[in-house]
Design a protein around this ligand. Structure first.
Ligand code: ATP
Length: 236
């Protein structure tokens, strides 16, 4: 409510050598808000997520809780509740579901049992598979595990990169329900998504990135009525 947004990205640019991945991006995420960044392959969504969580050099400004992230390590940022669930999931394949989850309890003073109970309640499929090796799970279950592990860090800001990638529609419903509950629990969410329908269903505000530029922004209602979005991203 008012004051400094939880995340404030202003005129942010990132390049990889000669490739310019983000060009002057502006984006804020208020406490409790759900903001989605949509856009095609290579638009810069993952770069934005990685920059926010402290993994990229940038010009311009990226502030979390009012403090520039370039002054902090990703590890410091996690301790302050900025937790990133990466596109590649980065699970430990030869470890069990429960061991993967427990490793996500990065923050000091975490009540591990309480957090585990929260995650198992959120994704019952994980509760049925506590001893199963992560590598033997389906894509959807692995995504639930990746999100669950991020939640073990008790995030204030959860950065979710492409959670629907490669998942069947029936699994998407489980992921959707989980995400709704996470938001209901007061977690602020920054979502990067190519699945525009999924992003429009969940987010309060949407930003469309193309070639590193923000080309549209607005509420789901506004974007659904936008001819360009409709033609190019919602199948006309
Ligand atoms: P995708 O959904 O395919 O992951 P994206 O929107 O997340 O796409 P990015 O992964 O951020 O896009 O990529 C933005 C641009 O930056 C692309 O042109 C990509 O080739 C380039 N890029 C990303 N990561 C690197 C890297 N580590 N080294 C060099 N170039 C990179």
């Amino acid at each position: 409510a008012g004051g400094t947004p939880l995340l404030d990205v202003a005129d942010c640019a990132v390049s990889y050598g000669k490739v310019s991945a983000l060009r002057g991006v502006d984006l804020t995420v208020g406490e409790g808000e759900f903001v989605a960044v949509i856009g095609p392959n290579g638009a810069g969504k993952s770069t934005l997520c990685n920059t926010v969580s402290g993994f990229r050099d940038y010009t311009g400004s990226v502030r979390y809780h009012g403090a520039e992230v370039s002054d902090q390590s990703p590890r410091d940022l996690v301790q302050q509740g900025l937790v990133h669930c990466t596109e590649s999931r980065d699970l430990f394949g030869y470890m069990s579901v429960e061991d993967n989850l427990t490793l996500g309890a990065y923050r000091a003073n975490t009540n591990v049992d309480e957090r585990l109970a929260f995650v198992y309640d959120l994704f019952p499929a994980l509760a049925e598979r506590t001893g199963q090796l992560a590598r033997t799970m389906s894509g959807g279950e692995q995504q639930m595990l990746a999100i669950g592990r991020a939640l073990m860090g008790d995030p204030d800001l959860l950065v979710l990169d492409e959670p629907t990638l490669g998942l069947a529609p029936v699994i998407l419903d489980d992921i959707s329900e989980g995400i709704e509950q996470i938001q209901a629990n007061g977690v602020t969410i920054l979502l990067a998504e190519q699945n525009v329908t999924f992003a429009l269903r969940h987010a309060d505000r949407i930003v469309l990135l193309e070639n590193g530029d923000v080309v549209r922004r607005g509420s789901p209602e506004e974007l659904r009525e936008d001819d360009y979005i409709h033609e190019s991203y919602l199948g006309g």
